[in-house]
Design a protein around this ligand. Sequence first.
Ligand code: ARG
Length: 468
Amino acid sequence: MKNNKRKLWDGRFTESTAKIVEKFTCSLHFDKRLYKYDIEGSIAHCMMLEKCKIIKREEAGKIINGLNSILKEIENGVFPFREELEDIHMNVERRLIEKIGKVGGKLHTARSRNDQVALDVRLFLKDEIKETGLALKELQKAIIKIAENNLQCIMPGYTHMQQAQPVLFSHHLMAYYEMLERDYERLVLCYWRTDVLPLGAGALAGTSFPIDREYVAKLLKFSRVTKNSLDTVSDRDFVIDYLAFASILMMHLSRLCEELILWSSSEFNFIEISDSFCTGSSMMPQKKNPDVPELIRGKTGRVYGNLITMLTILKSLPLSYNRDLQEDKEALFDSVDTVKNSLVILKDVISNLKVKEEKMQEKACAGFLTATDISDYLVKKGLAFRESHEVVGKLVRYCIDKRKTLNKLDLSEFKKFHKSFDKDVISCIAVEHSVDSKISYGGTARGNVVRMIREAKKELRGSFFKFS
Ligand code: ARG
């Protein structure tokens, strides 16, 4: 039998909750992170109750003062958190009643924890999206900066991980700028979907009190309100949107990290990651390991995992609120933190990279990367592309047999393969010429890349979407 009243909801209960159940159902250890939003939402709700004459002005005053003092208690680390009260919402409400008495019990009029928790998560995520967006823009800035500082640097471009054609290192880096730009677009959409007020849905059916949801939306800076109470308390699509955004972003970061790891190996030797972002080996004295990019690559796994967690929680979940939904928060918090930390640290890694221009150039000149340029040269002399492809294929075979690179061939050797070769072929073998000839829109010609960088910088100076 229960001896003293411990819960805000135990009116119909005759026995107290088993300890093991309290522990199992408790979400306080993670949802206390939402305290600021919970209090902010409660204050707005209370102002609305007063405005709609559902509670009296003095009652609202007492409640708001009480909530503000609870906010201070939490921020000063003196709030008496109680696990047996399940979650942050119950902790705040119980404390309010303790502080201001019975009137505190009026706060929850026309509200349920179901619409309350949906509100808290949306408020939290709106803030986090803004921070994610800023960190993403900072990483883009760092990428642009190193692209701009290394415009003369030519590297081998790859397909199938085999050397393909020479490209500007800056062009390669700006490819990541583009990926991040798409991620930003996804984030903007994510914000738009999150920016809807759920409060007022009640437990599932709405409320009979004459509430004003638009007013609450205005107070809390939501651009609109949800339209169906059942959907409102059971919807976590906006969480999935963020987790999907986060997964794609991490996929991009892990691709960049993979390249940093490869490029910093002695096999490639294209870049050096600054000492302050590497670690050593406890056994091998010569080692300098790229742990930061490796960890970002690894953390991509947990971010994908969180997306699958959330999709699985929602799969087949009947309407409307079910306790399963409590599992949304850890997955979301973990991805939010992982994404932000990864963006911030990767920006530092990129800003401190040492670019080994001569090594890249050396590799770009050593293979047969301008074979396509020679083939295009013959096309411009009147050959069909398929024919020129065949001629240059044979030329490459000849070089392999003779252990020569293309730039070591003289004109007479070229002429053996086709009479249309002339002395101007020599200049078209140079990697600089190859790069600068790719003037098609989006190609790697220096002029193009300079223009793209200029446009990207303009975008970053202010024309991109700002979260309000
Ligand atoms: N801690 C809960 C959650 O995170 C709050 C809502 C609980 N609602 C309920 N009816 N038990 O989802």
